[in-house]
Structures are given as C-alpha cells and as structure tokens.
Design a protein around this ligand. Structure first.
Ligand SMILES: [Zn+2]
Length: 316
C-alpha cells in the first residue's frame, strides 16, 4: 500500500473517532454499508421510539453540502419489531473522504429539527471517460427544446420524487438481460460531440447492455409498472417501483409488453430491447433511482438494499 493511502486511512479513522464520538442518541442509527463507493445505495435504519410522525428524513452531507436525502418509512422486521428505514444513494459526483448521514425532522415552513448523525466514509472510485458522436437527427433530439420533451421530463421527476410505502422487492435484484456485454457503465463521464461542432458533458446514469434488437428484457425485481410509454429521448420506456423511493428504468425498447398499474414478478418479461429514442444502436439502458438520485444498478445485484436478516444482525 502506498504511504499516502495509509496516511489517508489512518487520518480518516482518527477524524471519525474524535469528531464523531458515539453518543446515546447516535447509538440506534445504523448505516449499511458503512463506507459505500460513489453511486452505491445506503440503507439508513433508525431505532428511536420518539421519532414518530411525518417529515422525518435522512440527509447525506459533508460540511454544509447536502448531497442527497430520503424520507423514512416503517419497516417490519419481525413480530413486534418495527424500525424506521430510509434508502439513500451516494451521488457518483461525491469525492472520497468523510461524510455523514443526519436524521432530521423537517415540516413545511419550519426549521429542521436535528435528531441524530453518524459518520459515513465515502470510498475511492474511478470512472471511465468516453466521447459519443451524434449525427444531425440525434443532435436535434438532445439539443432542441420541445414542450413535449419538457412535459415528459416533468412526468418522470414527479415519479422519482414520490416515496410510496409498498415493499415489493426485498433481497437481491437480478440483471434485466441474460447477456453480460456492457457498452457503457454507470457513472461514465461522457462528452457528446454534436453535428454542429459543439460539445456537451454529462454523466451516464445507468448501465448499457449491447444486446441485439428483440432481446427479452426482464424485471430486475418484483415491482409495479408506474410508466410504460413512448418518450422522445428515451424511446419506448418502462419504469418499475420496487421499494419506497426505489425505481428501475428500462429505455430504448423496441416494444413494451407490460401495462401501467400491473405488478411484475422478478424476472418477468416487460419488453423487448431496441434502439428507439436517442440511441446510436440497439442496446438496453438500465437505470435505478433511489429517492431521485442515480444509483449504480450493479450494487443492487451484489448486495440486498433491504434485507431483514442483515438488519436484525446489525441492530441486535
Ligand atoms: Zn445508457
């Protein structure tokens, strides 16, 4: 290990111990995992008899910067044992180092009331850079303002900002296609090269699978279909709701085989892949949102975001 890295870890440990001493108020606040990488989801568990009522939220912050937030919901672990849970995502733009999760009550028109806080170490993560060249018609889809495009964007934001209370998908999520061929990863730093010579930078919000048109696309976990329609930028699109604030998105489909309002089981078909909307070739764009923030879909395959066994183990 390089000396710089060792020094970083030692100083991080010291800062954590001295700046954030455990007190009785913090002792019943749990963060899973304790040191996520940028893009990963964090399960916040609060055990506090007094923390009842509306307006309770968890905020990821460093200093005065508030990076993401999530509202709490009741989660029944077993007979007679209910905790408050909130699902946060660490944005891919957060730099490694010490951050924290604060629990506060925020009611309309009132100052936020502090309840508890716990340190969270953000681990190191490198992202790939790529340049994507767009022809004239694709340039137009991305750059031209269009009232319908704006209305469609507002519609999905209304969905992402909604935190329901149905818990449909505990445990591991699965990949939406059988293929493992990726053409873009989560968090890729992208430069769009437009046909008019201009460029624009953005960050890839999901994972792209380079699969042929007509490939079966499955629900990554049990979920309710909250959107199944054609959109200008993302083509034929499906959005599933799995957990409070947790949504999975499937874009550029050739056809949609589910309907809004329907509940799909994990692995059930929702459509066939294609190249509709802003796509330079056939692929499936798979994305997961957590309380409005982009999260790395792979993190849901490697670790359950809401898992009773893990939570019971940690809070005992
Ligand atoms: Zn994509």
């Amino acid at each position: 290990m390089r000396r710089g890295a060792l020094l970083f870890i030692v100083s991080f440990f010291l800062i954590t111990v001295f700046l954030f001493p455990e007190d009785s108020k913090n002792s019943r606040l749990f963060l899973i995992p304790g040191s996520p990488r940028p893009g990963e989801p964090v399960t916040v568990i609060l055990q506090d008899e007094e923390a009842q009522g509306a307006g309770l939220q968890a905020v990821l912050l460093r200093g005065r910067n508030r990076f993401s937030k999530a509202v709490f919901f009741d989660y029944d672990l077993e007979e007679g044992k209910t905790v408050k849970a909130a699902l946060l995502a660490v944005p891919s733009t957060v730099l490694p180092g010490e951050a924290s999760v604060r629990v506060e009550r925020r009611n309309a028109g009132k100052e936020a009331v502090f309840l508890a806080e716990k340190p969270l170490g953000i681990a190191q993560r490198d992202f790939v850079s790529e340049t994507i060249t767009l022809n004239e018609s694709l340039t137009r889809i991305r750059t031209e303002s269009d009232p319908q495009k704006t209305a469609e964007a507002e519609q999905v934001w209304a969905i992402f900002n909604r935190t329901g209370n149905s818990i449909l998908a505990e445990g591991y999520f699965g990949a939406p296609v059988g293929s493992t061929r990726r053409t873009s990863r989560f968090g890729d730093r992208r430069i769009f090269q437009y046909s008019n010579g201009k460029t624009d930078a953005s960050i890839h919000a999901g994972v792209d699978y380079g699969v042929p048109k007509g490939t079966r696309v499955n629900a990554c976990a049990t979920g309710k279909v909250v959107l199944a329609r054609s959109r200008i930028v993302t083509g034929n699109s499906v959005i599933l709701e799995h957990l409070p604030g947790v949504y999975s998105l499937y874009y550029h489909l050739d056809s949609i085989t589910c309907t809004e309002g329907q509940t799909l089981a994990a692995g059930e078909r929702l459509g066939l892949s294609g190249a509709t909307g802003l796509a330079t070739g056939p692929h499936l764009h798979w994305e997961i949102r957590v309380s409005g923030e982009n999260a790395d879909p792979d993190a849901f395959i490697s670790r359950p975001v809401l898992d009773k066994t893990t939570i019971l183990e940690i809070i005992k």
